[in-house]
Design a protein around this ligand. Structure first.
Ligand code: COA
Length: 259
């Protein structure tokens, strides 16, 4: 069905694997479109409670946007490239109502790190290397990197990473808070699935309300506290809320309908 990605679904988890290993999983236009479609399908699937995004092979998560596709672009085409990419993939993933975990299994550079940062959180294999090398190509990060990297690791560290175009290793990323956990390559997906398992025990409706509230704090002209109040109030109208509170009072495990 897809040319550049693989998808699997089971046990409440949809896994989307970027699969262009000969190009270190670089994001060309077609891959971005396929990723948009796959994230959309997974988000609409009632049985999917968590989405894991990773790269195929053991060398790269994604080594960036496909440089061969934009090297002759004009100013206008460059702007369009960033706008379209943010709309289809990066902002789309960040605002998805289903939690997205990026399992960074090697190089996550440029658009690759930007995709990992658009996910709701990240874990990495010990061999992962992360960076925004765009200024070494005469361009800047265009898929949200200048915004999300400072949000995640602080302005000074982000400025240094962007200006030097350098890479940090998994342990440095862990220390910076860019990734939440580091493990071996072999155990990376198992760790992502273990975390996904913990997420799945909770109300998916409440989780998507929490994503909306957390993201609101990073949006211009939106008051995160106001959004939190609205989302909090909405939870009281859900079946999940009735089940969660009833189960607690009845001293049993909640069995959330996800509504
Ligand atoms: N766009 C297009 N092709 C890419 C790519 C990208 N971002 N990253 C890697 N590739 C391709 C290479 O051109 C090469 O293709 P080829 O075999 O047809 O020549 C293949 O993937 C393997 O990459 P290679 O450079 O040979 O691997 P390496 O182990 O020597 O180096 C990197 C790995 C990640 C350091 C190097 O590939 C690199 O610097 N990539 C570009 C990173 C970047 O600047 N990304 C930001 C883009 S905005």
């Amino acid at each position: 069905m897809y040319t550049n990605i693989l998808t699997t679904q089971g046990n409440g988890i949809s896994t989307i694997t970027i699969n262009r290993p000969s190009k270190l999983n670089a994001l060309n236009k077609e891959t971005i479109q396929e990723l948009h479609a796959a994230f959309r399908v997974a988000d609409l699937d009632h049985d999917t409670k968590v989405i894991i995004v990773t790269g195929s092979g053991d060398k790269a998560f994604v080594a960036g946007a496909d440089i061969s596709e934009f090297s002759d672009f004009s100013v206008n085409e460059g702007g369009q490239l960033a706008a379209k990419g943010q709309e289809l993939l990066f902002d789309y993933v960040a605002n998805l109502s289903t939690p997205v975990i990026a399992a960074v299994n090697g190089f996550a550079l440029g658009g690759g790190l930007e995709l990992a940062m658009a996910a709701h959180f990240r874990i990495a294999s010990a061999n992962a290397k992360m960076g925004l090398p765009e200024v070494s190509l005469g361009v800047i990060p265009g898929y949200g990197g200048t915004q999300r990297l400072p949000q995640l690791i602080g302005k000074g560290r982000a400025m240094e990473m962007i200006m030097t175009a350098g890479m940090i290793d998994a342990n440095q990323a862990l220390q910076f808070g860019l990734v939440n956990h580091v493990t071996s390559s072999e155990e990376l997906i198992a760790l992502a699935e273990k975390i996904a398992g913990k997420i799945q025990r909770n109300s998916s409706v409440a989780i998507s309300a929490a994503i909306t509230a957390v993201n609101a704090g990073y949006k211009d002209g939106v008051n995160g506290f106001t959004t939190e109040i609205e989302q909090f109030g909405n939870c009281f109208g859900t079946e999940d809320f009735k089940e969660g509170t009833t189960a607690f009072l009845e001293k049993r495990k909640a069995n959330f309908p996800g509504k």
